[in-house]
Write a protein that binds this ligand. Structure first.
Ligand code: NAD
Length: 390
């Protein structure tokens, strides 16, 4: 991937008109060319090979794979209010959950799968998109199987544990001529889009430094999130990725180096496999720097940018909302939306319109974040500054 942040920024500025008008529309998806990361992405076009869902007016059928916390409490309720997609099927290894969801959401038996029968979803015309909401180590297998079954895919963050897994997922979707989106719900969220605009348009002058941190106190000591083989790491993999994204999207730049440190463990038994708290620092091409904390020991949720002529911040910045923002000139006012509904609608509207998805939401973005996650661990483990190249 080629990184030309200054050109990207120019391109972003050239397209501000389109971005501003999109904000006044009821649908809060992205305007063309918003959230540009790579120069000449050229991907957001009508792709003749991907026209199969280009049927305006129809709602896409989504099948959720894994009916844990996020599916049950956030995605399924959101799918009751989406304009461009609906809950059409489920994939679960627990028969009692299958029965409960079948009743609650009126899901036909033919659209209910377990992990063994999952591949038969290929024959199900009612399901257009498979949404993988499993532990991180299982994302690769189910994205690849979904692509092979001929379905477009949404995969939760982090995209996977290693860049190699991410690449396999991208390759499988490409081979099947199917699109792959990542569960970056905040990319469609108005407060987030506003701080991106404030930073990228230099409303308060150039961003000089960013503090971007996300953490919470984790509970159950036996959960998969504390097992390195399933989660890939600790809070960095889980919520630290939001702090990485925050620093990237308010600067509109890609980091060129990282240093990182692990904090001492206060509960070594609980955190025997993964970090409990850690810190990292990015340098950006413009000279802007960011500092971040992520933790499973205690809560933090803040995105603060200090600029030449003022500052802006979101706090809370990364949770399910409502997010809150303020600047050195006063509060940030934006509509409060359902993050999950807006995200799924944003992705599905593009699929229905027969467009290839924008770079910021695809596997390319997921892969880059996983590379950054790995670089942060490498920096903390070696104590060295790691150079980065987008
Ligand atoms: P969870 O533990 O609540 O649910 C995981 C689901 O996977 C469960 O239904 C479980 O039964 C199933 N599963 C299947 N095989 C399993 C196995 N071998 N071990 C453990 N569980 C297995 O987790 P969650 O909080 O729903 O997270 C799922 C994914 O969603 C993760 O990748 C997470 O990072 C992501 N997530 C994203 C957001 C967001 O805001 N975008 C929020 C929460 C979670």
């Amino acid at each position: 991937m080629k990184n030309q942040p200054l050109n990207s920024r120019r391109k972003f500025l050239r397209n501000l008109g389109a971005g501003a008008s999109a904000l006044s529309l009821p649908f809060l998806g992205y305007a063309d060319n918003e959230f540009v990361r790579h120069e000449n992405n050229g991907l957001y076009t009508l792709d003749k090979n991907l026209k199969d869902l280009a049927q305006p007016g129809r709602k896409l059928g989504i099948a959720l794979v894994g009916l844990g916390y996020y599916s049950k409490n956030l995605l399924a309720p959101a799918l009751q209010e989406t304009q461009y997609c609906r809950l059409a099927g489920i994939v679960t290894g627990t028969p009692t959950k299958a029965e409960e969801w079948k009743q609650k959401y009126n899901i036909p038996q033919a659209n209910i799968y377990d992990y063994k029968t999952f591949d038969r979803i290929a024959d199900n015309k009612d399901i257009d998109v498979v949404y993988v909401v499993l532990p991180n180590s299982m994302h690769e297998e189910y994205v690849v199987r979904a692509a092979k079954a001929g379905k477009h895919v949404i995969c939760e963050k982090p995209m996977a544990i290693t860049p190699k897994e991410c690449q396999n997922m991208i390759d499988a979707c490409k081979k099947a001529n199917k699109q792959l989106a990542i569960g970056y719900r905040l990319h469609y969220e108005p407060f987030t889009k506003e701080v991106m605009r404030l930073g990228r348009e230099k409303v308060f002058g150039a961003v000089k430094f960013v503090e971007s941190s996300d953490g919470f106190r984790s509970g159950d000591p036996n959960q998969w999130r504390l097992k390195k083989s399933m989660a890939g790491g600790g809070p960095l993999m889980d919520v630290g990725i939001y702090a990485i994204q925050g620093a990237r999207y308010v600067t509109g730049e890609e980091p060129i180096s990282v240093t990182a440190q692990f904090a001492p463990k206060t509960d070594p038994q609980k955190f025997k496999d993964v970090e409990e708290t850690m810190f990292w620092q990015f340098e950006f091409p413009s000279g802007a720097v960011s500092n971040s904390t992520t933790s499973y020991a205690a809560g933090v949720e803040r995105l603060y940018a200090s600029c030449e002529k003022g500052w802006f911040e979101l706090a809370p910045a990364f949770g399910y909302g409502p997010l809150k923002g303020r600047t050195s000139k006063g509060p940030i006012e934006q509509p409060v939306v359902n993050h999950q509904a807006t995200h799924m609608d944003g992705v599905c509207k593009d699929l229905l319109d027969g467009k290839t998805l924008r770079d910021h939401i695809t596997g390319a973005e997921g892969l880059w974040d996983v590379k950054l996650l790995q670089a942060i661990y490498q920096a903390a483990e070696t104590g060295r500054k790691i150079s980065l190249k987008a």
